[in-house]
Ligand binder design. Structure first.
Ligand code: NAD
Length: 489
């Protein structure tokens, strides 16, 4: 069984005398490891290490700070299969999905390797005669990330490379449900040659999170997870005077217009709703058809849901893996039952799924909730499983109004062949990531991951220039050097 360790000050450390949680392969039901639930003392050690490493790291020229990131990028590429296997065996997603996740992680390292360019300041000469004004960006100090279970390899990379390239020192607390990928990644971080204390990892859950949120030396917190915890993290860290961004849950709509390419729409929406077993914050979780789109789309999507191959994510040909746990399976099944009791029909029903050979696995087959009601609780609730709700309206205005009535605003998509409809949608819809004929509108590393409403608490987002802004503080300098002084030399 794998031992899960912390990584502090360039050393692997085993937290002593702490409780642990079992890490289970959701496809096989086998126990893989136990995550130690680090206490405040372990967080304290990591913060001290990061704080001690900060002065020298911030003085290291940015061109030198990115050299270990270049090496890390290559190491991530060459070790992608091992990391992806750990992701599949802990999160349940397929091996192909896990590898695609790591491609996204690597892209963030690549963008952060451009930090010498991204970090440049600004200068204005002669804002008054002989006086210049400039703006420079300086790092904050010790910064930390609290990560969710569903992208164990990628989500820390929305922050980690930018944080250290801008001169901060960093602590990550992975999800206690999926610690394996970051164990491998920190082995690579060790090989990449970061000075001790620049990158640290503390495993744990609530106590470790609270210790980070309360520690006066931690200057900024990034969080990704469910909205309730996002709000909690945002409030507590902000009350402690920290800079904070907290990405929360989602309930992403897709509107299907009658002029959409129906074959393409069905395929892409099925991939979005059922890919990663619906455990993606950008998964489409309800589709609203407009006018005549209804029959063809509903028939197609029911067929796509019913025929998706479900199983252990390491097996060839499997299109959808397990959900994270038995508790999650039970919760998803309860929400399907709730939807049915609120008036939806269930033409494709994934409750009670058992995969032969994997009887202890946490599987839920793709499910369709037909004619989900806008007043229903299931329409407002993030299911985070392979369940697609279907609704129907007569106009695009009604569809956009419905989308905007959701409290979340992570992503919204439209399928159409009309430029005018696309423009109207893009203009009016209240969500931060928009897909036009796209099912998972995941921003590339050089764009912000831009959730809105209850999907995001904060100002600056993950990735790209937002990450550079988030991990630096601006200093503005006004300078006078009287020219008469020149004569003294
Ligand atoms: P979660 O909120 O349960 O856990 C996230 C992190 O918070 C974990 O590290 C966990 O240890 C910690 N945590 C949990 N409860 C806590 C508490 N009470 N106090 C302090 N810390 C706590 O989320 P999850 O189940 O791991 O991830 C799934 C959720 O993440 C979904 O809601 C999904 O939509 C969301 N998500 C959002 C995005 C985004 O970009 N908006 C991306 C991925 C996942």
């Amino acid at each position: 069984m794998q031992k899960i360790l912390n990584y502090v000050n360039g050393q692997w450390v085993e937290p002593q005398g702490v409780e642990s949680v079992e890490v289970i392969n959701p496809a096989t039901g086998e126990t893989r490891a136990h995550t130690p639930l680090s206490r405040t003392a372990e967080v304290e050690a990591a913060v001290q290490a990061a704080a001690a490493a900060f002065p020298a790291w911030r003085r290291t020229p940015v061109q030198e700070r990115i050299q270990p990131l270049f090496r890390l990028r290559d190491l991530l590429k060459t070790n992608m299969a091992e990391i992806s296997r750990a992701i599949t065996d802990e999160s349940g997603k397929t091996f192909e999905e896990a590898k695609a996740e790591m491609v996204r992680a690597i892209e963030n390292v690549e963008v952060a390797c451009g930090m010498p360019m991204l970090l440049k300041g600004e200068i204005s000469e002669d804002i008054a005669p002989g006086i210049d004004e400039m703006m420079i960006r300086q790092p904050l100090g010790v910064v930390a990330t609290i990560a969710p279970f569903n992208f164990p390899g990628m989500i820390p990379f929305w922050y980690l490379p930018y944080a250290v390239a801008t001169g901060n020192t960093y602590i990550v607390k992975p999800s206690e449900k999926v610690p394996g990928a970051m164990q491998i990644i920190f082995r690579l971080i060790e090989q990449a040659g970061f000075p001790p204390g620049v990158l640290n990892m503390v495993n744990g859950a609530r106590e470790a999170v609270d210790a980070l949120l309360d520690h006066p030396t931690v200057r900024a917190i990034t969080f990704v997870g469910s909205s309730n915890v996002a709000k909690y993290v945002y409030s507590r860290a902000a009350a402690n005077g920290k800079r904070v961004q907290a990405q929360g849950g989602a309930k992403n709509p897709v509107i299907v217009m009658p002029d959409a390419d129906m074959e393409m729409a069905v395929k892409i929406i099925a991939d979005s709703a059922f890919g990663c077993a619906g455990q993606r914050c950008l998964a489409v979780s309800w589709a609203v058809t407009v006018g005549e789109a209804r029959n063809e789309f509903c028939e197609g999507i029911c067929e796509a849901a019913a025929t998706r191959k479900v199983g252990y994510g390491m097996e060839e040909g499997v299109q959808m893996g397990a959900v994270i746990s038995q508790q999650s399976k039970a919760r998803i099944e309860q929400l399907i039952t709730l939807g049915a009791s609120e008036g939806a029909s269930v033409p494709v029903d994934g409750r009670g799924t058992v995969i032969p050979g994997y009887e202890r696995g946490s599987f839920v087959r793709p499910t369709i909730l037909m004619d989900m009601k806008p007043e229903s609780a299931v329409w407002r609730t993030e299911i985070f499983g392979p369940v697609l709700g279907l609704m129907h309206v007569n106009t695009i205005d009604e569809a956009i109004a419905l989308a905007n009535a959701q409290s979340y605003g992570n992503q919204a998509s439209l399928f159409t062949s009309s430029g005018a409809a696309a423009r109207k949608f893009r203009y009016e819809v209240e969500a931060g990531n928009i897909g036009i004929n796209i099912g998972v509108a995941a921003p590339m590393a050089f764009y912000p991951f831009s959730g809105w409403k209850e999907s995001f608490y904060g100002d600056m987002h993950a990735q790209g220039m937002d990450a550079v802004e988030f991990f630096t503080q601006k200093k503005v300098i006004v300078e006078r050097w009287p020219k008469e002084w020149t004569r003294k030399f």
